[in-house]
Design a protein around this ligand. Structure first.
Ligand code: SAM
Length: 294
């Protein structure tokens, strides 16, 4: 079978990426799925070729087989995998990406605070947080909500996790071009960001960052993650390339990390036929969410 010539490579003035053989493609598919959970379908074959090719050129390896062997070998292979995984995952994200889901979190937090007794801490988790826009959005919203309700006695923390270390370090830096911030109001830009001298970018304030802990967690290895008692788990656009059985196992694992009454927010349509005995579906417009039974 013949692969297509890669247009991206031409645009960047590089030599076309070598065509990956069927056998090698299957090997890489299996490796990526085993380690990340993501399936690489035939439609993403050229995406894989391009991204492997770019990395191979960077480190001077000319064939897929040698690169595969390198990845499998010792600590150097592990270090290389940490770089590669960042190139193979899709990091697309934005601030307040799905407004209705954030509105639901706000309503849930209001309800928790209205209870008697209301909580003294709120724990939120952004699973697959990418470059940080999602956890910072959760943090800004919760901070503003507590201030508005004069509930500064309540401490809140956001755990932000992702498989990719380079992505997490971009998230931790919290520096964004203004063009990526169209969903953040001017008032919140002034309140939660500060200018980066000499650059057309804004940086999240240290005060907001103090509420967020960035950690590397592979959702395929959730059993190793000592996380629980979550009031809100936000997991959107992460499980889209996962097989049904994996998605089901991961969702059950996330459900077990919710506190009684806690909220699991997924992307709309991401788990249409999924149900869990400990959870009830939340009826809120344009969202897909579940609440753990009390
Ligand atoms: C498309 S982004 C979604 C970001 C954000 N949740 C949103 O909806 O805007 C998907 C993120 O999931 C992460 N990811 C993919 N596989 C993962 C895994 N096995 N464990 C943890 N994170 C993973 C990727 O690194 C990427 O940052």
């Amino acid at each position: 079978m013949y692969g297509t010539t890669d247009v991206t490579a031409h645009r960047w003035g590089m030599r076309p990426v070598a065509t990956i053989s069927d056998e090698q493609f299957e090997l890489w598919q299996a490796l990526i799925e085993a380690r990340t959970g993501m399936t690489v379908g035939v439609s993403r074959r050229s995406y894989l070729e391009t991204n492997l090719g770019i990395r191979m050129r960077e480190i001077g390896v000319s064939d897929y087989e040698t690169y595969y062997e390198q990845l499998m070998t010792g600590p150097a292979g592990e270090r290389e995998w940490a770089v590669l995984v960042d190139r193979l995952t899709v990091q697309e994200t934005s601030f307040f990406r799905h407004m209705s889901s954030f509105a639901l979190v706000k309503a849930h937090v209001a309800e928790l605070l209205g209870r008697n007794p209301s909580p003294k801490t709120l724990n939120l988790w952004s699973v697959g947080c990418s470059t940080g826009e999602e956890p910072y959005s959760l943090a800004m919203q919760t901070h503003a909500q507590l201030a508005e309700l004069r509930r500064e006695d309540v401490y809140f923390g956001v755990t932000a996790s992702d498989i990719s270390l380079p992505t997490l370090s971009r998230a931790r830096a919290g520096v964004y071009g203004e063009r990526r911030m169209h969903n953040v109001s001017t008032a919140w830009k002034q309140r939660y960001f500060e200018p980066v001298p000499g650059r057309k970018e804004l940086q999240v304030t240290a005060e907001l960052k103090r509420h967020i802990a960035f950690v590397q967690i592979n959702i395929m290895e959730l059993d190793r993650a000592p996380i629980g008692d979550m009031d809100v788990i936000f997991c959107q656009n992460v499980l889209i390339y996962f097989r049904r059985f994996r998605k089901r196992d991961i969702l059950a694992n996330l459900a077990a990390r919710l506190t009684p009454g806690g909220l699991l927010v997924l992307g709309v349509g991401e788990a249409v036929d999924w149900a869990h005995p400990a959870l009830v579906r939340v009826d809120y417009p344009d969202t897909m969410a579940f609440r753990r039974k009390a």
